[in-house]
Design a protein around this ligand. Structure first.
Ligand code: ARG
Length: 476
């Protein structure tokens, strides 16, 4: 008599089945199963002919998954069951040996670690590519003055290159975080069995080596319960997406008529269905809005793991949609940011006109007094009152008469007029990391050096996820 006398309720299946999304793990699952079969045969746990049969079935499944001909059946609960079912159809009862010394618990954790590793490398590579584009833009706009802002109020002039490079350093930190995410997938869950280990003389070292893991996870209980690498990926992705949202927000502002600092390429903007004159920065707006979605996935995943008793619980199935959507969203945001910037054109005159606002040199005037021995706080007051005076009179500071300056402080002489001359406020910021051209040039060289130490080509062995993209969107 079977263990269950009734088939699962349709509503239960709707809630419980994961095939609708975990089909994406197919290529990782096949790769893992190949290594597993090789290990089982090498250890004499299954015979070589059985191993060959299973490999033949897996090869066929891989083919079907990648060319889209794999047919998912109504009874397939998840990708692991679907693959085992298909292998058994292809090679007969020996297909039932695929799950020898393995549980779906260590299997799914392994697939997921492979997925996270592949996508951590992908995010790293895309982060790198975006940084490269920004470095090139900075180079092309090295000495273009613009206003720097605090509180979105014009504060002090900076070079556009300096502002663009700010994003490059954020992206380098992102790249570093994705490296560390890949490192968090180094311990192999496979071989942990359901939770306690398995009753066979397996070789987990060889599995680890075949699948690109550093070593077997040392504790089978932790191995099947651990999803830290998912949290790590989501955290890194949320931070990176937050950076992109700030970039997106600036592009929205800058491309507006009010700022007029830049124009997006036609290919990266959309028109209005009603107003013929409109050119909307939709991609930039979406960069802005996608970030909280990824942060939401991170919070949700903390919710899934919070207070979860060891070891495997079905709650863990809920890790996938958060992870998959975060990876898709982040990867397309990184690509869009790059595409948008590659086609952007900046408006030198508008930037310059905004930077030319002479109130932006107020700090420089105060510092002139400081250099003459006035304590900074006092100098701040003097210039503040000078600014008020000029605003009340409706005259720029540079048009005030020498007596008016002297009224505020006897130390404000003709040199006050030079404090903002030309690019004085920009070129006076010679402190390390500052906006003076020599410093930005230095910074650019440093960024180039960072780029040269690239992640490029550094894809973990195995787990390429090849074919993941080729799977059908709705398998059943
Ligand atoms: N679909 C499941 C998941 O995604 C696979 C593991 C199922 N294990 C189990 N003991 N029911 O988590």
């Amino acid at each position: 008599m079977p263990r269950f006398l009734e088939p699962p309720d349709a509503e239960f299946r709707k809630l419980n089945d994961s095939i609708g999304f975990d089909w994406r793990l197919g290529p990782y699952d096949v790769e893992q199963s190949r290594a597993h079969v090789a290990m089982l045969a090498a250890q004499g746990i299954i015979s070589e002919p059985d191993g060959d049969q299973l490999r033949r079935g897996l090869d066929q499944v891989q083919q079907e998954l990648s060319d889209g001909s794999f047919s998912f059946l109504d009874g397939d609960e998840d990708i692991h069951m679907a693959i085992e079912r298909r292998v058994t159809e292809l090679v007969g009862a020996v297909g039932g040996k695929l799950q020898t010394a393995r549980s779906r618990n260590d299997q799914v954790a392994t697939d997921l670690a492979m997925f996270v590793r592949a996508h951590a490398y992908e995010a790293g590579a895309r982060t790198e590519a975006l940084a490269q584009t920004l470095v090139e833009l900075a180079e092309a706009h090295l000495d273009w003055p613009m206003p720097g802002y605090t509180h979105l109020q014009r504060a002090q002039p900076v070079y556009l290159s300096h502002h663009l490079l700010a994003y490059v350093w954020m992206l380098f930190r992102d790249r570093e975080r994705f490296r560390s995410v890949a490192g968090a997938t180094a311990a192999l869950p496979l071989g942990a069995g359901a939770l306690a280990g398995v009753n066979f003389d397996t070789d987990r070292e060889s599995l680890a080596a075949q699948l690109g893991f550093l070593a077997p996870a040392p504790n089978s209980i932790d191995a099947v319960s651990n999803r830290d690498f998912v949290l790590d990926y989501l955290a890194a992705a949320a931070t990176c997406a937050t950076h992109l949202s700030r970039l997106g927000a600036e592009l929205v502002l800058w491309s507006s008529e009010e700022f007029g600092f830049c124009e997006l390429a036609d290919a990266w903007a959309s028109g209005s269905s009603l107003m013929p004159q409109k050119k909307n920065p939709d991609a930039a707006e979406l960069l802005r809005a996608k970030a909280p979605r990824i942060a939401g996935h991170l919070v949700a995943m903390h919710g899934v793991l919070h207070g979860l008793p060891l070891t495997y619980n079905k709650d863990l199935q809920e890790d996938k949609e958060h992870l998959f959507d975060a990876a898709d969203t982040l990867e397309s945001s990184l690509a869009a940011a790059r595409g948008m910037l590659a086609g952007i054109s900046f408006n030198r005159e508008r930037l310059l006109a905004a930077a030319d606002d002479e109130l932006l040199a107020a700090t420089d005037l105060a510092d002139l007094l400081v250099r003459r021995g006035v304590p900074f706080r006092e100098a701040h007051g003097v210039v503040g009152s000078l600014v008020r005076h000029a605003l009340e009179r409706g005259t720029p500071i540079s048009a005030l008469r020498p007596e008016e300056l002297a009224e505020q402080s006897p130390l404000l002489d003709h040199e006050a007029y030079a404090a903002r001359a030309d690019r004085a406020p920009l070129e006076a910021k010679r402190s390390q990391g500052g906006t003076a051209l020599a410093r930005v040039t230095e910074q650019l060289a440093q960024a180039r050096e960072e780029l040269a130490g690239a992640l490029e080509g550094e894809r973990g062995p195995g787990s390429s996820g090849a074919g993941e993209a080729g799977a059908p969107a709705t398998p059943r």
